[in-house]
Design a protein around this ligand. Structure first.
Ligand SMILES: [Cu+2]
Length: 816
């Protein structure tokens, strides 16, 4: 009886309201995760249709199926959709859905942020795909190299669609990355030490960390290219002191880690599913964690292997070639750990296992051609040929699609509570596996025979006809396989038999709940004493449902979950999570309005939407918090814990640390660009453009000092004034002292550095005004001081960056 009452009250607190209103307002991680997965699969299908068009075009020589202009849009969109609208969102969806359940929590750390990310993804993806219908889709290749993507060679809005649309979707990726990292570090079952975390959590933590440091270079590069296209600031124009290679560096600084951002979550699924299929435990947990962290770190030092043929120094060639072969080591550690796990266990050929075997074969082949391409002389020959296309598909389809299909079959019962219908999944596997190899194995050979990537047709004499036809036939076989997979999933969802709680006999916490999952996941939260909580306590699910665990009371009416110490997992405080809200969709809509107006070239009006966004963010922040001290509350099991309103080291604090790390990475990428152009561009900076002003930098430094000191004595108004001084000083430097940013890349880069400082000073200023208003409204007390402490982080960063930017703008002038 008590269990049923607990279920009813918890569901009333956590559930999504029925109807479209609830659909728009929901912030629940299960809802948002499922939406991400469904949308990502839809985009995958669209990208797949584009792939079919490519194969139809290349099936025969001298084909006129589509013209070259349309063909350019097709292959560009195929790559962009698969990378940005399928792979990353698919992993985000899986992580959002499964992660809190695996960690024994009730939701993610920032439910409204997940919802914002979802709407940004949906709106951005729709803009990008919609551009195809309008015939103005991006057409400069998925990596959009200037000068081809610049104004001169792409005068239409095609490149703008990519730059603005992808950046909009990237907002969602950054939200997800911060969300995932903080959730793993803070919201876990009681006593879940770091080394007791399910292995997938380690993979996702590494992935989220890589996104936080890997995406900012791309976001920066895209902003700079869009500004160059829109306002003529010549960052990438060689004639005006820029360099198109700067784009390649920024793009691949993101693009190489991106491959691992896609691979690691999939490998995490392999490490989770394989031991269950083999009825044993994962071999070498510690070695795998070390390998994953090493891979995440190494992957940032390899980006130049995409640029071996751009004429970089010999020394760099040697270094990046060696570094590229080095990644084979941590990858091999994982492969051997998986093989050892299979060896130890008694593998059963269930459906997910079949897809895992497909993964092994395809991915290892892709890895081997990767080692070949890491060798510079070979790469010089194979660069930009179909060989590279074959390699990257073996890596990405092998390393992501096959594991994700295994994951789909593994976790599908969790989503639906139903089992399988017929053996359609096996048939789908064979079609996909055979079709894939038919398509891409021959492409290695076509590439070695000299067929370049991205050409729209070829003549009979080249000798590529038979291989291309085989590839095309294989492509269509694969498409049938994916269609069958889709049919299978729909059938299972509709007709499958109801299954018991844990169909695979797995030992992680997501199976310790009824399926499909209740809105609140667990009626009470577990404390764990090992990595296999369900082996330790066989009836754990029943006990949690009965309310024997932590936070079994729902009397407060708030959404509560446990926050723990990051390393030891000791219960630390009770995180209070926000409920359903209009704010995420409204914020995404105003951001979408900004991007659409930029796309339409209505630049003067676009900032209005940013003001709207700022107002909504203000209201959003205002809706959190408490006006009274609550004190410690009874968390069960004899624990009395404070709420997150009165705790230190909250999710908000850690979220800010990660957001600022991402922002600092963006700034560092900009400084890298500055240093890069200084090094490679001739006559940089031109002495006549430099500026030796002293008043403004002094003002900026005084402002920074005022802001930094004022926050130490909690004087919000003075801190805001200090930030205002920085903002004014930087604006004056750019507007009054420096030449027009469109005159030279030096002026443009300096203006971008100043813009970074201005933006952060502006944000910090608003934060202090917010803090002042909140203090007066009674949201702060000696116990409830999380907000001013978070604002201090942002303020200090803005002060440092602002003073630095002001100095950077005048030092070349002082030296001249
Ligand atoms: Cu790479």
């Amino acid at each position: 009886m008590r269990a049923l009452r607990l279920h009813r009250t918890l569901d009333a607190i956590w559930r999504t309201e029925p109807g479209w209103r609830g659909w728009l307002r929901s912030v629940n991680h299960s809802d948002i995760g499922k939406r991400f997965i469904i949308a990502a699969f839809t985009f995958f299908a669209i990208g797949g249709v584009l792939a079919m068009l490519i194969r139809a075009q290349l099936a025969t020589p001298n084909s006129a199926f589509v013209g070259p202009a349309v063909y350019n849009q097709i292959f560009t969109m195929h790559g962009s959709i698969m990378m940005f609208l399928f792979a990353i969102p698919m992993f985000e969806g899986l992580a959002m859905y499964i992660l809190p359940k695996m960690l024994g929590a009730r939701d993610l750390a920032f439910p409204r942020l997940s919802s914002l990310g979802w709407w940004c993804y949906l709106f951005g993806g729709t803009i990008i795909v919609g551009s195809m219908l309008a015939g103005v889709a991006p057409d400069a290749g998925w990596f959009l190299y200037p000068p081809l993507s610049g104004k001169q060679w792409t005068p239409g809005i095609n490149s703008d669609v990519w730059l603005l649309g992808i950046t909009f979707v990237e907002v969602s990726a950054m939200c997800a990355a911060i969300e995932i990292a903080v959730s793993i570090l803070k919201l876990r079952a009681g006593d879940m030490r770091l080394d007791r975390m399910p292995i997938l959590a380690w993979y996702l933590l590494a992935t989220a960390g890589m996104m936080i440091f890997g995406f900012p270079p791309l976001i920066l590069g895209s902003i700079l290219l869009e500004v160059e296209r829109a306002f003529g600031w010549p960052f990438y124009t060689a004639a005006l002191g820029g360099d198109p290679l700067l784009w390649q560096h920024l793009f691949w600084l993101f693009g190489h880690p991106e491959v691992y951002i896609i691979f690691l979550p999939a490998a995490g699924a392999v490490s989770t599913i394989l031991p269950v299929m083999a009825r044993t435990r994962l071999l070498g947990y510690g070695a795998i964690v070390a390998a994953v962290l090493a891979l995440a770190f190494l992957s940032f030092g390899l980006w130049v292997h995409h640029m071996f043929t751009t004429g970089i120094p010999h020394m760099a060639l040697g270094f990046f070639s060696a570094a590229s072969t080095l990644v084979a080591i941590p990858t091999a550690v994982q492969i051997f750990a998986w093989l050892g796990t299979l060896w130890n266990g008694r593998p059963e050929m269930k459906l997910p296992m079949l897809y895992l075997i497909g993964f092994f074969i395809v991915f290892v082949l892709g890895g081997l051609t990767g080692v070949m391409l890491a060798v510079v002389p070979f790469d010089t020959q194979a660069h930009d040929t179909a060989f590279v296309t074959a390699h990257l598909h073996y890596v990405l389809v092998g390393g992501f699609v096959f594991p994700m299909l295994a994951a789909a079959y593994y976790w599908l019962p969790h989503f639906t509570g139903r089992g399988r219908v017929m053996r359609i999944g096996e048939a789908a596997f064979w079609l996909i596996f055979v079709g894939f190899n038919l398509t891409f194995f021959g492409m290695h050979l076509t590439g070695l025979l000299g067929m370049p990537r991205r050409i729209d047709t070829y003549s009979e004499e080249m000798g590529w006809t038979a291989l291309n036809l085989i590839s095309s036939v294989g492509g269509f076989v694969q498409a049938f396989g994916f269609a069958l997979f889709l049919i299978d999933v729909v059938l299972k969802t509709r007709l499958g038999q109801r299954v018991r709680r844990d169909p695979w006999n797995a030992d992680t916490l997501e199976w310790a709940m009824p399926i499909p999952a209740p809105s609140y996941n667990f009626a009470s939260l577990a404390r764990v004493s090992s990595r296999e909580p369900r082996d330790d306590v066989p009836d754990l699910a029943v006990r949690l449902a009965r309310g024997d665990g932590l936070l079994a009371s729902a009397e407060s009416g708030r959404r509560e979950t446990l926050a723990v110490d990051m390393t030891t997992g000791t219960p630390e405080h009770v995180a209070i999570l926000p409920g359903n809200s209009w704010l995420p969709i409204a914020t995404a809509a105003t951001l979408g309005g900004f991007f659409l107006l930029m796309l339409a070239g209505l630049y003067p009006f676009a900032p209005l939407f940013l003001i709207g966004t700022a107002w909504l963010v203000w209201r959003w922040a205002w809706s959190n918090g408490s006006r009274a001290d609550i004190g410690a509350i009874d968390a069960g099991d004899g624990l009395r814990l404070p709420t997150s309103f009165e705790a230190q080291g909250t999710t908000g604090w850690w979220g800010s640390i990660f957001a600022l790390s991402a922002s600092a990475t963006l700034f560092a990428s900009l400084l890298f660009g500055y240093a890069f152009l200084w090094t490679v561009a001739p006559n940089w900076p031109p002495p006549e453009l430099t500026q030796a002003a002293t008043i403004e930098p002094v003002l900026a430094i005084l402002g920074a000092a005022l802001a930094t000191l004022a926050v130490r004595v909690r004087r919000a108004t003075l801190a805001a004034a200090g930030q205002g001084a920085i903002l004014l000083a930087l604006a004056a430097l750019i507007a009054l002292r420096m030449p027009s940013p469109s005159s030279h890349a030096y002026a443009a880069t300096s203006a971008a550095v100043a813009a970074y400082g201005i933006f952060h000073a502006g944000v910090a200023m608003l934060m202090w005004l917010f803090i002042r208003a909140r203090s007066r409204a009674g949201f702060h007390s000696p116990a409830r001081d999380a907000e001013p402490r978070i604002a201090t982080l942002w303020s200090d960063h803005a002060a440092g960056a602002g003073a630095f930017a002001a100095m950077l703008l005048v030092i070349p002038g002082w030296l001249a």
